[in-house]
Design a protein around this ligand. Structure first.
Ligand code: ISE
Length: 343
Protein backbone atom coordinates (compact mmCIF):
# COMPACT_ATOMS: atom_id res chain seq x y z
CA UNK A 1 0.00 0.00 0.00
CA UNK A 2 1.23 3.49 -0.75
CA UNK A 3 2.18 5.90 2.03
CA UNK A 4 -0.43 8.16 3.59
CA UNK A 5 0.35 11.70 2.40
CA UNK A 6 0.07 14.18 5.24
CA UNK A 7 -0.14 17.98 5.54
CA UNK A 8 1.18 19.36 8.82
CA UNK A 9 -0.32 22.74 9.72
CA UNK A 10 1.83 24.70 12.16
CA UNK A 11 5.51 23.82 12.36
CA UNK A 12 6.40 25.47 15.64
CA UNK A 13 7.84 23.31 18.42
CA UNK A 14 5.28 20.45 18.33
CA UNK A 15 4.49 20.61 14.60
CA UNK A 16 8.17 20.42 13.65
CA UNK A 17 8.58 17.52 16.07
CA UNK A 18 5.64 15.75 14.37
CA UNK A 19 7.18 16.30 10.92
CA UNK A 20 10.38 14.66 12.18
CA UNK A 21 8.45 11.78 13.76
CA UNK A 22 6.41 11.06 10.60
CA UNK A 23 9.53 11.30 8.44
CA UNK A 24 11.91 9.23 10.54
CA UNK A 25 10.16 7.22 13.22
CA UNK A 26 6.87 5.86 11.94
CA UNK A 27 5.93 3.80 8.91
CA UNK A 28 3.23 4.09 6.25
CA UNK A 29 3.15 7.89 6.03
CA UNK A 30 5.11 10.88 4.80
CA UNK A 31 4.75 14.64 4.97
CA UNK A 32 4.02 16.19 1.56
CA UNK A 33 2.86 19.65 2.63
CA UNK A 34 3.68 21.95 5.54
CA UNK A 35 2.13 25.27 6.42
CA UNK A 36 2.91 27.95 8.98
CA UNK A 37 2.02 31.61 9.38
CA UNK A 38 5.79 32.10 9.41
CA UNK A 39 6.47 31.35 5.75
CA UNK A 40 10.23 31.12 6.18
CA UNK A 41 9.84 28.56 8.91
CA UNK A 42 7.53 26.42 6.74
CA UNK A 43 9.96 26.63 3.83
CA UNK A 44 12.91 25.67 6.03
CA UNK A 45 11.06 22.62 7.39
CA UNK A 46 9.89 21.59 3.88
CA UNK A 47 13.45 21.84 2.58
CA UNK A 48 14.53 19.19 5.08
CA UNK A 49 11.94 16.61 3.97
CA UNK A 50 12.22 14.93 0.54
CA UNK A 51 9.10 15.50 -1.59
CA UNK A 52 7.62 18.10 0.77
CA UNK A 53 6.51 21.64 -0.14
CA UNK A 54 5.33 24.67 1.83
CA UNK A 55 1.82 25.96 1.12
CA UNK A 56 0.98 29.49 2.28
CA UNK A 57 -2.68 29.12 3.27
CA UNK A 58 -3.78 26.38 5.72
CA UNK A 59 -7.11 25.95 3.92
CA UNK A 60 -5.30 25.44 0.60
CA UNK A 61 -3.06 22.88 2.32
CA UNK A 62 -6.15 20.96 3.50
CA UNK A 63 -7.78 21.11 0.05
CA UNK A 64 -4.57 20.13 -1.78
CA UNK A 65 -5.31 17.08 -3.95
CA UNK A 66 -2.03 15.43 -2.97
CA UNK A 67 -2.98 15.51 0.73
CA UNK A 68 -4.77 12.45 2.19
CA UNK A 69 -4.79 13.46 5.87
CA UNK A 70 -3.97 16.44 8.07
CA UNK A 71 -2.14 17.12 11.34
CA UNK A 72 -3.17 20.36 13.07
CA UNK A 73 -0.53 21.86 15.36
CA UNK A 74 -1.51 25.51 14.89
CA UNK A 75 -2.68 27.79 17.73
CA UNK A 76 -6.05 26.73 19.19
CA UNK A 77 -7.87 29.81 17.88
CA UNK A 78 -7.46 28.55 14.29
CA UNK A 79 -8.64 24.98 14.92
CA UNK A 80 -12.40 25.40 14.36
CA UNK A 81 -12.04 26.66 10.79
CA UNK A 82 -9.35 24.11 9.93
CA UNK A 83 -11.28 21.18 11.43
CA UNK A 84 -14.46 22.12 9.59
CA UNK A 85 -12.48 22.34 6.34
CA UNK A 86 -11.04 18.85 6.96
CA UNK A 87 -14.57 17.54 7.53
CA UNK A 88 -15.89 19.19 4.37
CA UNK A 89 -13.06 17.64 2.33
CA UNK A 90 -13.55 14.26 4.05
CA UNK A 91 -9.92 14.26 5.25
CA UNK A 92 -8.93 12.47 8.47
CA UNK A 93 -7.29 14.82 10.93
CA UNK A 94 -5.17 14.50 14.05
CA UNK A 95 -5.67 17.77 15.93
CA UNK A 96 -3.52 18.85 18.86
CA UNK A 97 -5.58 19.99 21.85
CA UNK A 98 -7.64 22.03 22.30
CA UNK A 99 -10.26 20.83 19.84
CA UNK A 100 -11.37 24.48 19.67
CA UNK A 101 -11.05 27.28 22.19
CA UNK A 102 -14.62 27.27 23.50
CA UNK A 103 -17.40 24.84 24.31
CA UNK A 104 -19.90 26.06 21.71
CA UNK A 105 -17.57 25.72 18.74
CA UNK A 106 -16.27 22.35 20.03
CA UNK A 107 -19.85 21.08 20.16
CA UNK A 108 -20.52 22.43 16.67
CA UNK A 109 -17.52 20.45 15.37
CA UNK A 110 -18.72 17.27 17.15
CA UNK A 111 -22.17 17.72 15.58
CA UNK A 112 -20.86 18.36 12.07
CA UNK A 113 -18.68 15.24 12.23
CA UNK A 114 -21.66 13.20 13.46
CA UNK A 115 -23.84 14.49 10.60
CA UNK A 116 -21.24 13.34 8.09
CA UNK A 117 -21.33 9.86 9.64
CA UNK A 118 -17.56 9.22 9.72
CA UNK A 119 -15.10 9.54 12.58
CA UNK A 120 -12.56 11.78 10.93
CA UNK A 121 -11.22 13.65 13.97
CA UNK A 122 -8.73 12.39 16.54
CA UNK A 123 -7.62 14.74 19.33
CA UNK A 124 -4.00 14.78 20.47
CA UNK A 125 -4.31 13.71 24.08
CA UNK A 126 -1.07 11.77 23.82
CA UNK A 127 -0.89 10.50 27.38
CA UNK A 128 -3.34 7.71 26.51
CA UNK A 129 -0.54 6.22 24.37
CA UNK A 130 2.17 6.39 27.04
CA UNK A 131 3.21 2.87 28.10
CA UNK A 132 2.69 3.60 31.80
CA UNK A 133 -0.80 5.07 31.39
CA UNK A 134 -1.75 2.24 29.01
CA UNK A 135 -0.50 -0.33 31.54
CA UNK A 136 -2.42 1.32 34.37
CA UNK A 137 -5.61 1.36 32.28
CA UNK A 138 -5.17 -2.31 31.30
CA UNK A 139 -4.72 -3.37 34.95
CA UNK A 140 -7.70 -1.31 36.00
CA UNK A 141 -9.92 -2.74 33.26
CA UNK A 142 -8.77 -6.27 34.17
CA UNK A 143 -10.13 -5.67 37.69
CA UNK A 144 -6.72 -5.76 39.40
CA UNK A 145 -7.60 -2.87 41.70
CA UNK A 146 -11.24 -3.79 42.19
CA UNK A 147 -13.38 -0.68 42.02
CA UNK A 148 -11.32 2.45 41.22
CA UNK A 149 -11.94 5.09 43.85
CA UNK A 150 -9.48 7.98 43.83
CA UNK A 151 -6.89 9.54 41.54
CA UNK A 152 -4.08 11.77 42.86
CA UNK A 153 -2.20 13.68 40.17
CA UNK A 154 0.74 16.07 40.02
CA UNK A 155 1.54 18.02 36.85
CA UNK A 156 4.66 20.15 37.09
CA UNK A 157 6.39 22.15 34.36
CA UNK A 158 9.73 23.88 34.89
CA UNK A 159 8.44 27.00 33.10
CA UNK A 160 5.75 28.16 30.69
CA UNK A 161 5.70 30.73 27.88
CA UNK A 162 5.17 34.39 28.86
CA UNK A 163 1.60 34.43 27.47
CA UNK A 164 0.41 31.99 30.19
CA UNK A 165 -2.24 33.40 32.51
CA UNK A 166 -4.09 31.56 35.28
CA UNK A 167 -6.92 30.41 32.96
CA UNK A 168 -4.46 29.10 30.37
CA UNK A 169 -3.00 26.85 33.08
CA UNK A 170 -6.46 25.25 33.28
CA UNK A 171 -7.09 25.01 29.54
CA UNK A 172 -3.58 24.05 28.42
CA UNK A 173 -2.05 22.09 31.30
CA UNK A 174 -4.79 20.83 33.63
CA UNK A 175 -6.73 19.69 30.55
CA UNK A 176 -4.42 16.64 30.35
CA UNK A 177 -5.56 15.47 33.79
CA UNK A 178 -9.15 16.03 32.67
CA UNK A 179 -8.54 13.61 29.81
CA UNK A 180 -6.57 11.16 31.97
CA UNK A 181 -9.38 11.03 34.54
CA UNK A 182 -12.05 10.49 31.85
CA UNK A 183 -9.85 7.85 30.17
CA UNK A 184 -8.95 5.87 33.30
CA UNK A 185 -12.37 6.01 34.95
CA UNK A 186 -14.31 5.73 31.67
CA UNK A 187 -16.89 8.26 32.76
CA UNK A 188 -17.59 11.97 32.54
CA UNK A 189 -16.56 14.58 35.09
CA UNK A 190 -19.58 16.11 36.82
CA UNK A 191 -18.02 19.01 38.73
CA UNK A 192 -14.75 20.90 39.19
CA UNK A 193 -13.38 23.05 41.96
CA UNK A 194 -10.13 24.97 41.77
CA UNK A 195 -8.45 26.09 44.97
CA UNK A 196 -5.86 28.86 44.91
CA UNK A 197 -3.01 28.22 47.37
CA UNK A 198 -0.33 30.86 48.06
CA UNK A 199 1.32 31.61 44.73
CA UNK A 200 4.92 30.75 43.94
CA UNK A 201 6.89 33.96 44.62
CA UNK A 202 9.05 33.02 41.64
CA UNK A 203 6.05 32.99 39.26
CA UNK A 204 5.23 36.03 37.11
CA UNK A 205 3.22 38.67 38.97
CA UNK A 206 -0.50 37.79 39.14
CA UNK A 207 -0.13 34.18 37.92
CA UNK A 208 -2.09 31.78 40.11
CA UNK A 209 0.46 28.99 40.27
CA UNK A 210 0.21 26.37 41.75
CA UNK A 211 -3.48 25.48 41.50
CA UNK A 212 -5.24 22.57 43.19
CA UNK A 213 -8.11 21.10 41.20
CA UNK A 214 -10.73 18.68 42.49
CA UNK A 215 -12.94 16.78 40.06
CA UNK A 216 -15.93 14.66 40.96
CA UNK A 217 -17.04 12.13 38.38
CA UNK A 218 -20.64 11.27 37.55
CA UNK A 219 -20.51 8.18 39.80
CA UNK A 220 -18.84 10.17 42.62
CA UNK A 221 -15.17 9.23 42.19
CA UNK A 222 -12.65 11.80 43.44
CA UNK A 223 -9.67 13.24 41.53
CA UNK A 224 -7.23 15.78 42.92
CA UNK A 225 -4.53 17.51 40.93
CA UNK A 226 -1.65 19.76 41.81
CA UNK A 227 -0.80 21.72 38.70
CA UNK A 228 2.34 23.80 39.11
CA UNK A 229 3.91 25.20 35.96
CA UNK A 230 6.78 27.40 37.21
CA UNK A 231 8.72 24.96 39.39
CA UNK A 232 12.08 25.80 37.84
CA UNK A 233 13.01 22.13 38.25
CA UNK A 234 12.06 19.84 35.33
CA UNK A 235 9.01 18.09 33.86
CA UNK A 236 7.13 15.87 36.28
CA UNK A 237 3.81 14.14 35.72
CA UNK A 238 2.69 11.65 38.36
CA UNK A 239 -0.56 9.79 38.66
CA UNK A 240 -1.59 7.54 41.54
CA UNK A 241 -4.69 5.45 41.32
CA UNK A 242 -6.26 4.11 44.50
CA UNK A 243 -8.76 1.30 44.26
CA UNK A 244 -10.71 -1.10 46.40
CA UNK A 245 -7.91 -3.71 46.18
CA UNK A 246 -4.71 -1.67 46.03
CA UNK A 247 -3.05 1.27 44.35
CA UNK A 248 -0.52 2.04 41.64
CA UNK A 249 1.63 5.01 40.77
CA UNK A 250 3.15 6.04 37.44
CA UNK A 251 5.54 8.80 36.41
CA UNK A 252 8.21 8.30 39.04
CA UNK A 253 11.04 8.95 36.57
CA UNK A 254 13.02 6.07 38.01
CA UNK A 255 15.04 5.20 34.96
CA UNK A 256 18.70 4.74 35.66
CA UNK A 257 19.71 5.37 39.26
CA UNK A 258 23.33 6.43 39.48
CA UNK A 259 25.62 6.26 42.53
CA UNK A 260 28.68 8.48 42.54
CA UNK A 261 31.42 9.49 44.84
CA UNK A 262 31.33 11.14 47.34
CA UNK A 263 28.27 9.29 48.58
CA UNK A 264 25.48 10.61 46.38
CA UNK A 265 22.87 8.90 44.27
CA UNK A 266 20.23 10.03 41.83
CA UNK A 267 18.86 10.02 38.32
CA UNK A 268 17.52 12.45 35.77
CA UNK A 269 14.13 14.05 35.33
CA UNK A 270 12.95 14.70 31.77
CA UNK A 271 13.29 18.38 30.88
CA UNK A 272 9.95 18.77 29.03
CA UNK A 273 6.87 16.99 27.71
CA UNK A 274 8.60 16.40 24.35
CA UNK A 275 10.99 13.93 25.98
CA UNK A 276 8.69 12.63 28.72
CA UNK A 277 5.97 11.76 26.21
CA UNK A 278 8.17 11.11 23.14
CA UNK A 279 7.22 7.43 23.05
CA UNK A 280 3.55 8.34 23.55
CA UNK A 281 3.61 10.74 20.56
CA UNK A 282 5.31 8.12 18.37
CA UNK A 283 2.75 5.46 19.30
CA UNK A 284 -0.12 7.92 18.90
CA UNK A 285 0.98 8.81 15.35
CA UNK A 286 1.68 5.23 14.27
CA UNK A 287 -1.73 4.08 15.51
CA UNK A 288 -3.47 7.06 13.87
CA UNK A 289 -1.78 6.36 10.51
CA UNK A 290 -2.79 2.69 10.77
CA UNK A 291 -6.38 3.65 11.68
CA UNK A 292 -6.61 6.05 8.74
CA UNK A 293 -5.46 3.24 6.42
CA UNK A 294 -8.34 1.08 7.73
CA UNK A 295 -10.83 3.96 7.74
CA UNK A 296 -11.98 3.56 4.13
CA UNK A 297 -13.64 0.30 5.10
CA UNK A 298 -14.67 1.03 8.69
CA UNK A 299 -15.66 4.73 8.45
CA UNK A 300 -13.59 5.18 11.63
CA UNK A 301 -10.35 7.03 11.00
CA UNK A 302 -9.35 7.26 14.67
CA UNK A 303 -7.68 5.08 17.26
CA UNK A 304 -7.77 7.25 20.32
CA UNK A 305 -9.51 10.31 21.73
CA UNK A 306 -12.32 11.56 19.49
CA UNK A 307 -13.96 14.93 18.87
CA UNK A 308 -16.30 14.14 21.77
CA UNK A 309 -13.31 13.77 24.10
CA UNK A 310 -12.06 17.17 22.94
CA UNK A 311 -15.48 18.71 23.53
CA UNK A 312 -15.90 17.10 26.98
CA UNK A 313 -12.45 18.35 28.02
CA UNK A 314 -13.39 21.87 26.86
CA UNK A 315 -16.59 21.73 28.92
CA UNK A 316 -14.69 20.67 32.06
CA UNK A 317 -12.09 23.42 31.54
CA UNK A 318 -14.86 26.01 31.09
CA UNK A 319 -16.25 25.01 34.49
CA UNK A 320 -12.69 25.00 35.87
CA UNK A 321 -12.05 28.57 34.79
CA UNK A 322 -15.32 29.66 36.42
CA UNK A 323 -14.28 27.91 39.63
CA UNK A 324 -10.83 29.50 39.45
CA UNK A 325 -12.60 32.86 39.73
CA UNK A 326 -15.11 31.95 42.45
CA UNK A 327 -13.28 29.19 44.36
CA UNK A 328 -16.54 27.21 44.42
CA UNK A 329 -17.34 23.85 42.82
CA UNK A 330 -18.92 24.31 39.39
CA UNK A 331 -21.05 21.72 37.65
CA UNK A 332 -20.03 20.64 34.16
CA UNK A 333 -22.70 20.98 31.49
CA UNK A 334 -22.53 18.44 28.68
CA UNK A 335 -24.77 17.93 25.66
CA UNK A 336 -26.64 14.63 25.32
CA UNK A 337 -24.10 12.38 23.59
CA UNK A 338 -26.61 9.75 22.51
CA UNK A 339 -28.78 12.20 20.64
CA UNK A 340 -25.77 13.60 18.74
CA UNK A 341 -24.01 10.38 17.89
CA UNK A 342 -27.26 8.58 17.14
CA UNK A 343 -28.23 11.41 14.78
C1 ISE B 1 1.58 21.95 27.03
O1 ISE B 1 0.79 22.57 26.05
C2 ISE B 1 1.32 20.50 27.03
O2 ISE B 1 0.45 20.00 26.38
C3 ISE B 1 2.08 19.75 28.03
O3 ISE B 1 1.84 18.39 27.98
C4 ISE B 1 1.75 20.29 29.41
O4 ISE B 1 2.50 19.64 30.38
C5 ISE B 1 2.04 21.77 29.48
O5 ISE B 1 1.67 22.25 30.74
C6 ISE B 1 1.26 22.50 28.40
O6 ISE B 1 1.56 23.88 28.43
Amino acid sequence: MSDLKIAVLGVGMMGADHVARITSRISGARVVVVNDYLTDKAEAVAAGVPGCRAVGDPLDAIADPEVDAVVIATPGSTHEKQLLACLEHGKPVLCEKPLTTDVETSLAVVKREAELGKRLIQVGFMRRFDHEYAQLKALLDAGEFGEALVLHCAHRNPAVPPNFDSAIIVRDSLVHEVDVARFLFGEEIASVQIIRPAANPGAPQGLQDPQIAIFKTVSGKHVDVEVFVTTGVAYEVRTELVGEKGSAMIGLDVGLVRKTSPGSWGGQITPSFKERFGQAYDTEFQRWVDAVARGGTTGDYTDGPTAWDGYAAAAVCEAGVESLNTGLPVEVTLADRGSIEGA
